[in-house]
Design a protein around this ligand. Structure first.
Ligand code: IMP
Length: 201
């Protein structure tokens, strides 16, 4: 089976391959599948945005399409940056600047008020069966706290400020395997794999 994953982010694709390789022979990005389309992510939730991406890509391929939408919710900031995580402070602002800004906005927060989570919604559009393409959607989460300092060189985005209490370090200090075992994307992908197995994949 072939899966087209609606992303251009190689980090994400590697995480997806690590978890779904046993149910799919080939997992390719939309670009490798020859699909070059502008996607307008104007949903109000992670789930809506994931489904918008999946439905857009499914117009161009008969293969199983997966799309994710993810982000960081900081409780002290009422859930910001949330669905706007990649656009927070502008798409082109470097992550060290975004990360330092979040740490700065939490300077008056008490320790227990620094809670945060990564959220990932994954939507799937299945290949056509009996004239219909079934849609599935799952959510995964990764609970942690905003660190006091930037630390670690693995991962991407907000990983260097995402402190994982049970590991005693940030998610940017975990190996890819350690992160996959706990992450929001890993959680969502495992839930999606279970649903796809139920569908006979
Ligand atoms: P998306 O590509 O529209 O899902 O945007 C996700 C954004 O959320 C990324 O650009 C990052 O800023 C942030 N994000 C999502 N997952 C992670 C993660 O695993 N580590 C660090 N940042 C993440």
């Amino acid at each position: 089976m072939k899966i087209v994953f609606a992303t251009g982010n190689e980090h994400k694709l590697e995480e997806v391959r690590a978890i779904l390789s046993d149910i799919a022979e080939e997992i390719v990005s939309m670009k490798s599948a020859g699909i070059d389309v502008e996607i307008v992510e104007d949903g109000k939730t992670f789930e809506e945005n994931a489904m918008i991406k999946a439905r857009t890509i499914a117009q161009y391929t008969d293969a199983l399409v997966l799309a994710d939408d993810s982000g960081l919710e900081v409780d002290y900031l009422n859930g910001e940056p949330g669905i706007y995580s990649s656009r927070y402070m502008g798409e082109d602002t470097p992550y060290p600047v975004k990360n330092q800004a979040i740490i700065g906005r939490l300077q008056d927060a008490k320790e227990q008020e620094r809670s945060a989570r990564f959220v990932c919604a994954i939507a799937a559009i299945l290949p056509e069966k009996d004239g219909v393409r079934k849609e599935l959607c799952v959510r995964g989460t990764f609970e942690g706290f905003i660190a006091h300092e930037i630390a670690g060189g693995n991962g991407f985005g907000y990983d260097p400020i995402f402190y994982v209490p049970e590991c005693g370090c940030t998610s940017a200090q975990l190996t890819p395997e350690e992160k996959n075992a706990r992450s929001h994307r890993g959680d969502a992908l495992r839930k999606m794999r279970a649903l796809l197995e139920k569908e006979g994949f």
